[in-house]
Design a protein around this ligand. Sequence first.
Ligand code: C5P
Length: 232
Amino acid sequence: MNPAQRIYVALDTTDVDRATDFAKTLKGSVGGIKFGKEFFTANGPQGVQQVSAVGMPVFLDLKYHDIPNTVAGAIRAAQPLKPTLIDIHASGGTAMMEAAAQAASEQGSDRPLVLAVTILTSLDDDDLETMGVSDGVNNQVVRLAKLAQDCGIDGVVCSAYEIDAIRKACGLDFKLLVPGIRPKWSVTGDQKRIMTPRQAIDRGADYLVIGRPITKANDPLEAAQRIAEELA
Ligand code: C5P
């Protein structure tokens, strides 16, 4: 696979027309588009359908975190949007992750891959300490990844720093999707555990999520192409 096809661009906007323009502009240069809470809260499933009509694979990044019945229902409700990737929070626990995996598996060959968010890439060891988790991001991420795999989840969302440890614990088939991606020439913003696209792919990421380095660039297509060249 061309490495640039591993990129899902985060369309973090409330504006459907703007998102559609991004999708049209970037189609062919990246692998897919990602809709998160900002876009979905403003535009709902209709907005997702409108933009994805451009014809790109969709990652529905709503990071479900609720009781098992509710999360399973949300995954069933997402089926008409035909996402290729959908995510939940691993910290929702065993029963929730098993219910999510089951709801996806009922969708047959069209089913989305279900990924579990481990620890957000905007958090570091100090943040976890304030939340009562004292043995560090890396240990907690690996713990949650193993739990997700045991529950039948297809992979996890993690930072590039944890790829090696998760691969050792969960093997090569477990999918790793990595946000917190920053080319050297872009600004960091609120992300903390960041790496460049090249570093993340070299470490073994299956998918990269990239938002602002592309969408806030003066020329988003040029930024995407520059990243593709750095990955080639
Ligand atoms: O603009 P930026 O490249 O930081 O966008 C990253 C995207 O990935 C955002 O849409 C954010 O919600 C999402 N994300 C993340 N960290 C996670 C999971 C998803 O940054 N652990």
